[in-house]
Design a protein around this ligand. Structure first.
Ligand code: FES
Length: 126
């Protein structure tokens, strides 16, 4: 696999590019509290990769909050699939299955505004 494309022709190096599985373990507060370090250690041992390293098949690293804190710990696969409530014993099999497709991200403007308003109303009633 070439690290960089020569850039002389459109898609000239495309055939040399292998598809990698990108794995990101959330290490923001909630996921860390619910075992993100153990999850990363398990994945790291299984893939023989340290966080921040890649090989021909995998790209492993940490990431920030994914917006699914109530389902911590969370692992993001290829930017559009996620493993919620990741467990040390099953995380590698879940990665091999590819995780669940991301839908209805929590952190969009409408939902955040709605949650803030609900919280504020609750506060005023007390
Ligand atoms: S802290 Fe991990 S999803 Fe929010």
């Amino acid at each position: 696999m070439k690290d960089t494309c020569c850039g002389k022709q459109e898609n000239c190096c495309q055939n040399d590019t292998k598809i990698k599985t990108e794995i990101r373990v959330c290490v923001s507060r909630s996921c860390t509290s619910f075992g993100a370090d153990s999850i990363m250690q398990k994945i790291s041992e299984a893939l023989q990769l340290e966080p921040g390293q890649t090989n021909e098949q995998f790209d492993l690293d940490y990431c920030g909050c994914l917006g699914y804190c109530s389902n911590s710990p969370n692992v993001l696969i290829n930017q559009d699939h996620i493993i919620h409530d990741a467990a040390v014993d099953t995380v590698m099999s879940e990665i091999k299955k590819g995780g669940k497709e991301l839908e209805n991200r929590i952190l969009d403007v409408e939902n955040v505004d709605e949650k803030v308003n609900v919280h504020f109303d609750d506060y005023l009633e007390k």
